[in-house]
Structures are given as C-alpha cells and as structure tokens.
Design a protein around this ligand. Sequence first.
Ligand code: NAD
Length: 489
Amino acid sequence: MSREQQAVARARKAFQTGRSKCLEHRIRQLKNLQRLFTERHNDISEGIKKDLNKSEVVVQLYEILGLEEEISLAIRKLKEWAAPRPVAKNLLTLSDMVYIKPEPLGVVLIIGAWNYPWAVTLQPLIGAIAAGNAAVIKPSEVSAHTAKVMEELLPLYIDKELYPVVTGGVPETQELLRQRFDHIFYTGNSAVGKFIMAAAAKHLTPVTLELGGKSPCYIDKTCDISIACRRVAWGKYTNCGQTCIAPDYILCEPAIQDTVIDELKRAIKEFYTDNPKTCSDYGRIINQHHFRRIMAFMQDSTVAVGGDNDEDDCYIAPTVLRDVKPESKVMQEEIFGPVLPILPVSGLEDAIQFINNREKPLALYIFSPNQKAIQKMNDETSSGGLLANDCLVHFSVSSLPFGGVGNSGMGCYHGKFTFDQLSHLRGCLIKKLNMEGMNDMRYPPHTPKKLGWARFFILKNLNLGWIGRMLMLAVIAVVAAVVIQKYLR
Ligand code: NAD
C-alpha cells in the first residue's frame, strides 16, 4: 500500500468510528486549530517567508486573520448550521415533519495552492471539520517550506487519523486522485482543474474547483481616479500579484490612461517606496519558472511603470503596461504576477463587450460613482464575484459565497457556504401512519375525481402563520374525513 493509500484508508477508518460527527469533537478540533495559530505563528511565518518573502505582519494580515475569523464563526454557529432546517409545507405535509438535515459527506480531499498556502488549504479544512468529515490535506509542493511546516504542525494539534497531511508533488497528488473520496476540494489553475474533475468522475465524486483566470477591472472616467488607483495598486501588487482575485488588467478610456498611470505610480511609491526591492512589504515571485513566465509578458508591450527585475532574487518590480493590445502575450493567460496591463476601450459598453467575449472571470471590478453604471455591469456580465469601487475585500466577507463560474471554477465556500458545500443536505419527510384516507387520491383505481382532489391539495398555495396552519390542519382533517366517507370509498 502506498503512503497515500494508507492515509486515505486510515482517514476512512477513523470516519467510520463516527467520532468526527460529534459536535463536541468538531468544536474541540476547531479550537485546537485556533491554538495552533496562536502558539505557532512564528513557525508559520518563517515557512512563508522562505517561500514567498512575506513579512510576519503580512502573513498575519492576509493568511492567519481570515482563518481565525472563519474558525471563530464556525465555533459560534456550528450548532445552528448542523441543526435540522425546517422547510415550507404544503397541504399534504401539514401534519408531517419536513426538514433538511445536513450530514457529513465522508472523506474529503483538499488540494491546496501555493500563493496563500495556509489560507487556501486550511479554510476548506475548517469547513470540512465543522461539517463532520474526515479530510486528507495535500498542501502545494511549490510552497515547499510551508508544506513541511504544515505536515509537522497539524498532527500535533488535530486528530491525525481523521485529518492526515500528505505532502508531495504531481505523482503523489495523482496517486491520491486514484483513491475514492466523497468530495474533492481543489484550489489551483484551470488546466489542472480539468484533470482533477476527470479523476473525480471515475468515482462519481463531487468537486469544488477554486480556480483563477483574468479578472478585469474597469475604471470609469468620472470616478476619483486617485482613490481608484490606490485600491487597484493594493489589490494588484499584494503578494506580488500572485492572488487569484488580483485585478488582472485595467480597461479604461484612452483619455484617462495617463492619469491612471500617474496615480498607479504614486500609489506604488507610497506603498513600496522608491525601491520596492528593499521594502519589507513587497514579496517575491514563487520561483524562477514563474519569474520567466511573467517576464515574457513584457516582450510585446510598452512598460509605463516598473519593469526592473532580478532573476536570482525572483524579484519583479510593480509594473504597468500601457496601450496593450488584446492579442498581446500578457492577455493570453492569467498573469499571476505584478504586471498590470491597461487596455483602452471606448466606454462602459465596450468594456462589457470585451469582458463577455472572454472566459467568465473569478472577480470583476468596476470603479465608478455612478450606480447605474455599476448596475449595468452587474446585469450584463457574469463572474464569480463582483466588487465595485474596491479590490479583493469581497473575499473577507464570510456571508458572501466565494467561488468561480465557468472557467473560473465551480462550487463556493467561506463561512456557512463551506459547511454546506461539504455537507450532504438530506431532504427528510417524517410522516405518521395515521390519516391513511388522505392517500386514497393517489392509490388505484385512478379516477378524474381523485385527480381533482390531488390538484386541489398539491396546487393550493399556503401562506399561513402558525395558528393559521393549525386551523387549516383541523379543517383539512374534517374535509378529508367527509371526502373519504362520501366520495372515495
Ligand atoms: P499549484 O502548482 O500549487 O497546484 C495546485 C495543486 O495542484 C498542488 O497541490 C499540486 O500538487 C496539484 N497539481 C499540480 N499539477 C497537477 C497535476 N498534473 N495533476 C494533479 N495534481 C496537480 O498551484 P497553481 O495551479 O500554480 O496555483 C495558481 C492558480 O490557482 C492560479 O490560477 C490562481 O488563480 C488559482 N487560485 C485560485 C484560488 C481560488 O480561491 N479560486 C486561490 C488561490 C489560487
């Protein structure tokens, strides 16, 4: 048995003991995770520093804070989320119990990406634990130091049989994918997403695919361009552009392009000084493969800001490209680096058309003071999420579902959405063995009269309060008794 097979078999066996279903057990595990972040934030930061040159404060702000918030929300709300959810009744189910019962799916495979290696790997884990599942955790091999820290720390804090960490690269992930899971939660690029889905299909395993793509950003000429550019620069250059929802490119009218460039330049200087290379808040490209991939984007476009680089240090300065053509290299794939192309469009209508001619993005940004323009963008395009007049922050609103659509992914998570995504929402109808007469209308021999009663009971819409329902129930019991005696027997 391979290491991967063993981990899955152990997780399955642990799930079958039933302990992951116990609410106290779930809460205990979540509290242990919380403790891990308090006690071991130095180890976590050191690993990420080596992988992506993020400072400790940056790690706290962009990785740990969100996880702590998700844990505390799950602990606070778990009882409510896991409880049966009563649903609307019709005339035929008035006296029955009708509810949705969330139940654990079983063993979930979580495959993480490297850009926010703790956030994107542990956030689904929080939901998996909360929903009562076992989970096999596969951190990205690209952020190798973090993967090692995760492999060492998680078993010290949470149930290592139920939530094993499996490290390794593509062969190990593929070996995992040959095993049978009850759900696969994958974060990464769309090309690999297709392999994941194909592997899952062999076992009819449902998937959540948190993918990426080119997230557009339209800047309306009537907005405060200085504020817009400050927010765009923050969204783009945080983590050196290696953020799934970073604004990938700007669309704006040619008349404001120079102002946009000046304001972006000013914001870059304000955030990262004249020399971002020595600024502790500016990160690095994950590796040289990605460094070369990103540098190639500058070949057939005009650099307006930045462009400095150092391959040995995996450093690329915050860069802006001007007058970029749709057919240029930088527009052929997700940039995932600190290069921001500006493409001139003739206005909102043109921007909408440009967006609709491409794959559906993970995020769509519009900067405008005009609610009608925002509404038009919202009504006439499609994307995983839409954020007006800011960047990235919709990710941190746990009451919003986070996920893609079309090429940017399927399924969603955050807060209760993760809980629901990793639960089976079982539809339950609990009847009693009385009132058998009510069922006569569905039993043979079928007659037009019975059909008439069936139409009445099924199509009549009920919108009554509790007292109304009780009264209606009494009336129906009497009507049913009369109908049965007089007509159906
Ligand atoms: P990556 O290279 O770390 O790959 C992700 C995972 O896939 C890893 O665990 C890796 O082992 C596995 N993998 C890679 N190739 C594989 C293969 N051939 N078969 C099976 N498994 C394989 O990460 P990446 O894909 O470079 O991550 C960047 C992408 O992720 C970007 O497109 C970004 O937009 C997206 N992303 C999305 C989100 C989101 O929440 N939607 C978050 C972060 C990143």
